[in-house]
Design a protein around this ligand. Structure first.
Ligand SMILES: Cc1ncc(COP(=O)(O)O)c(C=O)c1O
Length: 432
């Protein structure tokens, strides 16, 4: 909060397309999709209109014992578009809640499945994982500064690493892929009887600083989880809805997870909503007369909120109508081209990219900058002076333009970032 107060964080009062406008009238290009959720820009007439039309009918009614039109319609749209086999949808209202739902479903599934009840009280996650800030999601997360303080409250887990992509060195990528696949295999061999699931961010660990996985790893994780009879739980909260160039990242490796979690871009970045999708096999284990106690007792007041579902329906339709995935694929090339020169800067250790997700890692002679310099943060402040809002993760500058952003704005975004990096590096040199 000290930083927030000292730096006079802008107060956003309105928006115009892909720009946010603060109380002083300054315009900022929304370079991180309002924390990775915006898809079509702000004040999109079709989404605004869908919310207004729903408002004229009913703003909210519960899904406990009742249902509502937009939540049914949205569930059908999601089932149609997500990987095969995911035929049932459970709504909640933020990414972390959607992941908690997945963990509880997996845990309960193994106790109730017809082939014999088992207590499976462990989950496997990967180094660098981030799945939210609640107690359960911190337990399966591994970014120390977000969770270490709470360690005594968290449940024990099994973890390993993912292999990283290495575009310049395919041999190294293949070796990493084989090595980490065999590590995963060993852990599954050891723990599968108590393991309720393997939780993965498909293709990209966003909060780890846009860490892109070696291609093929997701598919291998799917094969191994099938072989060892444990669930593959895919958290597409950050990567879903076009950010990797396809609607869902799982599509790229033809992976059908047992559980899929969506949020962030689900409503186009308009309203809080999450969906946890499961297979029929999982769903059926929860059926039975109420007194048998097979119910999945998890509910949130705003579960399946009609306004949020109406926004999500409008956003999904716009993805088709405006060919947003094609645009995202074009932007992938624009980002690569525009940031190419920056790669040569001596303080740019690596530029990682998948689709429209980019992480520029800054370093001093290959090592992190002294933490007090807050180099990443300084770059985002320099960007703000140039009319661009972004956020850093330590020394990684994260660019995440909305998949529907026009090419010219993405060029502007990259130019502002390039100039800001050069400026901050020059002044850092003077300070050291
Ligand atoms: C992969 C992933 N999972 C879960 C979450 C948590 O979502 P929320 O902030 O909506 O709780 C995030 C948020 O950044 C995320 O990137």
């Amino acid at each position: 909060m000290s930083e927030f107060r000292n730096e006079n964080a802008p107060i956003i009062v309105e928006a115009d397309g892909f720009h946010l406008i603060d109380s002083q009238g300054h315009r900022y290009l929304d370079g991180h999709s309002s924390l990775w959720c915006n898809i079509h820009g702000h004040r999109v007439p079709a989404i605004d209109q869908a919310i207004r039309a729903q408002l004229d009918r009913v703003a909210h009614s519960t899904l406990l014992g009742l249902s509502n039109g937009p939540s049914i319609e949205l569930a059908n749209e999601l089932i149609r578009r997500t990987p095969d086999g995911l035929n049932k949808v459970f709504y909640s209202d933020c990414g972390a809640a959607g992941v908690e739902v997945a963990l509880k479903i997996a845990y309960q599934f193994y106790q109730q499945r017809p082939s014999g009840g088992q207590i499976r009280d462990k989950f496997l996650h990967f180094d660098g994982a981030y799945h939210g800030d609640t107690i359960g999601t911190m337990s399966i997360g591994s970014i120390g500064r977000f969770k270490n303080l709470y360690n005594p409250l968290l449940f024990p887990v099994v973890w390993t690493s993912v292999p990283n992509a290495s575009h310049d060195n395919p041999d190294q990528e293949r070796q990493q892929l084989d090595y980490w696949t065999s590590e995963l295999e060993k852990l599954l061999e050891l723990h599968h009887e108590t393991l309720a699931g393997v939780v993965i961010e498909p293709m990209v660990q966003a909060a780890a600083g846009i860490k892109v996985q070696a291609s093929g790893f997701l598919k291998r994780a799917r094969e191994l989880t099938r072989r060892f009879d444990t669930m593959l739980i895919a958290d597409e909260i950050a990567v879903g809805f076009g950010r990797t160039g396809t609607l869902f990242a799982c599509e790229q490796e033809e992976v059908d997870p047992d559980i899929l979690i969506l949020s962030k871009g689900l409503t186009g970045g308009y309203l809080p909503l999450a969906a946890t999708l499961v297979t029929d096999e999982i769903y059926e284990v929860f059926l039975g007369d109420p007194w048998l106690g097979r119910t999945f007792y998890h509910g949130h007041t705003y579960t399946g909120n009609p306004l949020a579902c109406a926004a999500a329906l409008a956003s999904i339709r716009l993805i088709d109508e405006n060919q947003v995935l094609k645009n995202a694929q074009r932007l992938q090339g624009v980002l690569r081209r525009e940031l190419d020169l920056l790669k040569e800067h001596p303080n740019v250790k690596e530029i990682r990219q998948k689709g429209t997700m980019v992480g520029i890692e800054l370093a001093l002679d290959g090592a992190p900058f002294p933490a007090q310099l807050r180099i990443g943060h300084q770059v985002t402040l320099a960007c703000r002076k140039r009319g661009v809002v972004l956020r850093n993760i330590a020394d990684v500058i994260v660019l995440m333009p909305a998949p529907a952003m026009p090419e010219q704005l993405v060029e502007e975004l990259c130019q502002a970032v390039g100039k800001s990096v050069v400026e901050v590096m020059q002044s850092a040199k003077q300070q050291m």
